[in-house]
Design a binder for this molecule. Structure first.
Ligand SMILES: Nc1nc2c(ncn2[C@@H]2O[C@H](COP(=O)(O)OP(=O)(O)OP(=O)(O)O)[C@@H](O)[C@H]2O)c(=O)[nH]1
Ligand SMILES: [Mg+2]
Length: 297
């Protein structure tokens, strides 16, 4: 599937919400309806109002003008540079962080498979030692994705897992090492502290390799994820976001307000399903086409 097709499919539910506005015939009526529809898709009232004001200032003459100006405004709002970071020499380490059930483990596997297809040697590190099932789940994914696996037993200290993984010859010789972390420990505060310790452990055993701290956000939670993102960013200096489950969400509009909320943390990837190839790099133009839909001929 090409990138446009991917975003069209991922955003089908949200597009159905936005599209309704274009049933109106008078531009002003389209704008009024569109503002409501943007809010319904979880863009947030402030972002929705800003978009509508921008379009109105461009004096649209028809619903199709509104659609065209909407695309321009959205493109300006969306984060631009979402290219993933790699170290000049391997290995590169990425941490996948996030709350319980947001899609970290599945996404780690998808990324491993994605780069495996590009002929990189990839490894998955099971730093979620909270429950045994998490390690088994990652082992299964590593086999499907053709990635190496590093795991210790349930209950091991996550920082120790990272330290040992980064000292392991087979893992160290990989190009990309994806670290799957826990979404819950006993309290939220201790989770963030633990994750910060893990980053330190990685820095100690393999200085300079940890270049991405990616927060995995559940796309079905819409605006609710933004508060989460701020907390994680404060504690861990995130480098990027990954939005999952877009296929199951009609609230993808929340991505429009991420830029104003978290200016220096771009969306880098989006995921839309449970199989290995259901992931794509974030593409602002394809996102806008997917959200607003094509101009009818
Ligand atoms: N529809 C859909 N489901 C997804 C997607 N990504 C993950 N899931 C599902 O969401 C559930 C949780 O995914 P996990 O990858 O286990 O999430 P996690 O963040 O590792 O969860 P914990 O380890 O428990 O914190 C699973 O049932 C996945 O199959 C996606 O993009 N779309
Ligand atoms: Mg997990």
């Amino acid at each position: 599937m090409d990138i446009k097709g991917f975003f069209r499919k991922a955003l089908a539910k949200t597009q159905a919400v936005i599209r309704e506005a274009f049933g109106e015939t008078i531009p002003e009526a389209v704008l009024t309806e569109l503002e409501d529809r943007l809010i319904l898709s979880d863009a947030g009232p402030r972002t929705a109002s800003r978009i509508i004001q921008e379009i109105r200032a461009r004096k649209p003459q028809s619903p199709e003008d509104v659609r065209a100006h909407l695309k321009t405004s959205l493109l300006e709002l969306l984060p631009k540079d979402g290219s993933p970071r790699f170290c000049p020499a391997p290995p590169t380490v990425w941490f996948l962080l996030g709350t319980n059930g947001s899609g970290k483990t599945t996404t780690a596997a998808k990324l491993a498979a994605h780069y495996r297809r590009e002929n990189l040697r990839t490894a998955l590190v099971a730093a979620d030692t909270f429950r045994a099932a998490a390690i088994d789940q990652l082992r299964l994914w590593s086999e499907r994705a053709g990635a190496e696996l590093f795991a210790m037993q349930e209950g091991s200290h996550p920082s120790a897992v990272i330290f040992d993984a980064m000292s392991d010859k087979k893992i160290k010789s990989c190009d990309l090492i994806l670290v799957d972390t826990a979404g819950r420990l006993h309290t939220k505060t201790s989770l963030l502290e633990e994750l910060a310790k893990m980053a330190k452990s990685c820095e100690k055993s393999a200085p300079g390799t940890l270049v991405e701290r990616l927060l995995v956000l559940d796309g079905t939670a819409g605006q609710n994820t933004l508060a989460q993102a701020r907390i994680f960013h404060e504690a861990l200096s995130l480098t990027g976001l990954i939005v999952t489950k877009l296929d199951a969400s009609s609230k993808a509009g929340f991505l429009l307000s991420i830029g104003s909320d978290l200016k220096d943390v771009p969306v880098k990837w989006v995921a839309m399903g449970e199989s290995l190839d259901d992931i794509a790099p974030f593409d602002p133009a394809a996102f806008v086409e997917g959200l607003v839909g094509e101009t009818p001929a």
